[in-house]
Design a protein around this ligand. Structure first.
Ligand SMILES: [Mn+2]
Length: 424
């Protein structure tokens, strides 16, 4: 008999994302659809690579909905055969289709506190790994899962070094992490500590959460998978073009398949280029585009990037796009990314290539500056938790998040040390 365990690998569910807005439902719909597929395709195990919840202190209604998604997975035949770096696993936690998860950047708390993923394990809904390993016996086939939850970037290399995981003998071994990786994250202010070459050797499969677009390549001769987030969070062009879903791996043939899920709502990204334009031209083009958007039961997300140059004497501030977005609010969830410039005296417009480059680095520099500021003030939250809100001008939403985290007793950043982030 050829054994062949089927393992589904997903990440960055972000339950609770856009709380209090029309988009709050999206992460739940996507997660429900993903788990329905997991059941339909008879996966044996689900691995979640962090950021299940969007907030470090999820709301009870968010806990509740996630528990309701996991409950029907039922009781099954998988057993725990070995653990390393942790206590035994409660029997309930590996019922039915066991879910093995690490916490992400959004859920991380020092090891003096219990994070939400650890609490989910206590309630018997999943197995939470942090600098620890579990080996599951799926009808005689051994699957080792080795996970390191999200830690502050400055500690990631050290924590990984101290953990120093080793694959289990005679098992199919999966290594799971949730950190910046230099091949994927460009941050000139603080370059990622880790790159693919830092990942330990000897595993059959490598997985990283944290990066929100899916990707697949090889590390140490084995597949390396980034499942990406289940819903678009950054509204970048790449997210509108890359399908959302999860990977499924069959261990024996090492087959990797991406299982697409139907998006809770459509995401349209439109870039508009202008040359020597006046405000009316820009506003009219945007209006016409929005006019043509099809009505649908669930409003599409529409992101319009307006780039190029305006006539001399017209400043980008004269162009009022949000007013137009407001006009179509019953039809679509519209947001804008403006990269308009007043034309210079010499008449030479900035080339599109340059605009693109500049925009990228401004955004990344912004993220870096925010990160430094947050660290200075002792609020230990990852900048990406609030960056998008700030870019969108949702100052209130960003402040809400910062205050919510700051009210916690754990103000990690001020007092935390490296050893607060790993398990001895
Ligand atoms: Mn994430």
């Amino acid at each position: 008999m050829i054994l062949m365990a089927k393992i589904s690998i997903m990440s960055d569910l972000h339950l609770g994302f856009k709380r209090g807005t029309e988009r709050e439902e999206d992460a739940f719909i996507a997660t429900e659809r993903a788990f329905e597929k997991v059941v339909d395709m008879e996966s044996d195990i689900v691995v979640v690579a962090g950021d299940i919840f969007d907030s470090r202190l999820p709301r009870p209604e968010h806990w509740s909905r996630f528990m309701n998604i996991l409950s029907p997975l039922g009781r099954g035949e998988v057993e725990v055969s070995r653990t390393r770096g942790r206590k035994g696993v409660p029997e309930e936690a590996v019922g039915g289709i066991p879910v093995v998860a690490i916490h992400g950047t959004h859920e991380r708390r020092t090891n003096r506190e219990r994070n939400s993923i650890g609490a989910m394990e206590d309630a018997g809904f999943l197995v939470h790994l942090h600098c620890s390993s579990v080996e599951l016996d799926v009808k005689g086939e051994k699957i080792g899962i080795h996970g390191m939850g999200g830690v502050p970037e400055k500690y990631s290399k050290e924590v990984l070094k101290k953990w120093d995981p080793e694959p289990f003998d005679d098992a199919y071994n999966i290594f799971v992490i949730h950190q910046d990786l230099e091949e994927y994250i460009y941050n000139p202010v603080r370059p990622p500590e880790l790159g693919l070459e830092d990942l330990p050797g000897g595993f059959d499969l490598y997985v990283s959460g944290h990066i929100h677009w899916k990707d697949r390549q090889k590390v140490n001769g084995s597949p390396f998978l980034i499942p990406g987030s289940l819903i678009p969070t950054q509204l970048k062009k790449r997210e509108s073009e890359t399908p959302k879903g999860f990977y499924t791996v069959s261990t024996q043939r090492e087959e990797v398949e991406f299982v697409e899920i139907e998006a809770p709502r459509k995401f349209v990204y439109k870039k508009m280029e202008f040359e020597d334009a006046d405000t009316r031209t820009v506003e009219k083009k945007v209006s016409l585009f929005l006019e043509d958007i099809q009505e649908s039961e669930r409003k599409p997300l529409v992101r319009i990037k307006a780039a190029g140059d305006l006539q001399k004497g017209i400043s980008p501030a004269d162009v009022n796009l949000s007013k137009i977005g407001e006009k179509y609010r019953e039809k679509a969830l519209v947001s804008f990314s403006e990269d308009l410039k007043e034309k210079k005296m010499n008449g030479g417009g900035v080339s599109h290539e340059n605009i693109h480059d500049r925009k990228l680095s401004v955004e990344e520099m912004g993220m870096g500056i925010l990160q430094n500021k947050l660290e200075e003030t002792g609020v230990d939250i990852s900048p990406d938790v609030v960056f998008e809100d700030l870019v969108q001008g949702n100052i209130e939403a960003a402040m809400d998040k910062i205050q919510e985290l700051d009210r916690e007793e754990d103000k990690g950043g001020q007092t935390s040390k490296e050893e607060d982030w790993w398990i001895k």
